[in-house]
Design a protein around this ligand. Structure first.
Ligand code: ZN
Length: 345
């Protein structure tokens, strides 16, 4: 993540773009809003960044921390000592607090430790910035622990919380934060950002941009390691095969196999959703761009055989299955039901 952000700063410099931006792809309105707040010295004490995973919330938070503490007049410059240290996660006054792993638990002790530190004056920066990542991983007691800091903020402290959905935060915390809702970028914005940073074959970058659903963080990570696309190929091929010629018995067998690894299954289901979305769009005659461009022949064939309603139902059933998996239902049963509901095509 550090290297990625650092590379992006370097690339922007090379491209000789205006330095008066945050070296970010997209999110312009949020950048403008916060730049104005800094210029007018109307900075809030707490911000809540919301948006899907891998949309670039932490990168945005770090860029904000750079803009707050930059030593140049055009903030952030990306070159001063403060900007460089923040970009490299090495600034003593900028702290990232998060659970030990994605899906883990943010501990109350981590909040207390942070609070001790925030009680001190900044070592060298204008502002002490604490970025609390994936704050939805804090249970209510831990969330409540941060309230004290929000209620009696030191003038030099800025808290930046990130969550996927706004309802994952206690209302008492929500009411004390300025909310910045980051939206997915267009696939064109993602594609252009990738093109400026990677030498990879443009058709691969285009596929990554479309699959990203506008999540720039995911896109950059995947462009660094395109082998991640392999899992997606497996998932799409598997679905295509299931639809092509699998009997009930074979579908049961596949369901049994898939249910053994719930994490992989979830990833596959997300790809299947993009597949059904494409079939549905094509069947509807929409001119919207499809995501799985490298499977366009197969998608068109399915769109001819299955009507819009069938594709839409398959999409809905797949979505329901992902919700069920998050609710601790019997995984095998959920996936069996799903596969039996799928049409033959
Ligand atoms: Zn700077």
């Amino acid at each position: 993540m550090v290297a990625v952000y650092h590379n992006e700063v370097e690339n922007r410099k090379k491209m000789n773009q205006q330095v008066n931006n945050w070296f970010l792809s997209g999110h312009e309105w949020a950048v403008q809003q916060l730049s104005r707040a800094i210029a007018n010295q109307r900075i809030g004490h707490a911000y809540l960044l919301t948006g899907p995973a891998h949309i670039g919330k932490t990168t945005f938070a770090k860029a904000f921390a750079m803009a707050l503490n930059c030593e140049s007049t055009l903030r952030p410059c990306g070159e001063c000592r403060s900007c460089r240290l923040i970009a490299q996660d090495g600034h003593v006054d900028v702290t990232i607090v998060e659970a030990d792993r994605v899906g883990g638990t943010l501990k109350i002790d981590q909040i207390r430790e942070l609070q001790h530190m925030l009680a001190l004056r900044p070592y060298e920066a204008t502002y002490r910035v604490a970025i609390l990542r994936r704050f939805q991983e804090a249970n209510p007691a831990t969330q409540n622990a941060i309230l004290k800091t929000l209620e009696e903020p030191a003038s030099s402290v800025i808290l930046i919380l990130t969550v996927e959905y706004i309802d994952q935060i206690l209302p008492t915390i929500l009411s004390r934060c300025q909310i910045i809702n980051l939206r997915p970028l267009s696939s064109e914005q993602v594609y252009n950002a990738l093109l400026s940073q990677f030498d990879t074959d443009p058709s691969t970058l285009e596929l990554i941009a479309r699959l990203s659903g506008g999540r720039i963080g995911w896109a950059i990570r995947t462009a660094h390691d395109p082998s991640q696309l392999e899992q997606r190929n497996v998932a799409i091929q598997q679905l295509s095969d299931i639809l092509a010629n699998k009997s009930r018995v074979e579908r049961f067998k596949i369901a049994e196999f898939l249910s053994k690894d719930k994490d992989t299954l979830r990833i596959h289901l997300d790809y299947w959703i993009t597949f059904w979305r494409d079939v549905m769009l094509l069947a509807s005659g929409s001119s919207a761009e499809i995501i799985n461009v490298d499977y366009s022949d197969r998608l068109k064939e399915l769109a001819r055989r299955l009507d819009y309603k069938t594709a839409h139902q398959a999409l809905e059933h797949t979505r329901q299955a992902t919700v069920q998996l998050g609710q601790n239902v019997n995984t095998r049963l959920a996936i069996e039901v799903l596969l039996l509901r799928y049409p033959a095509g």
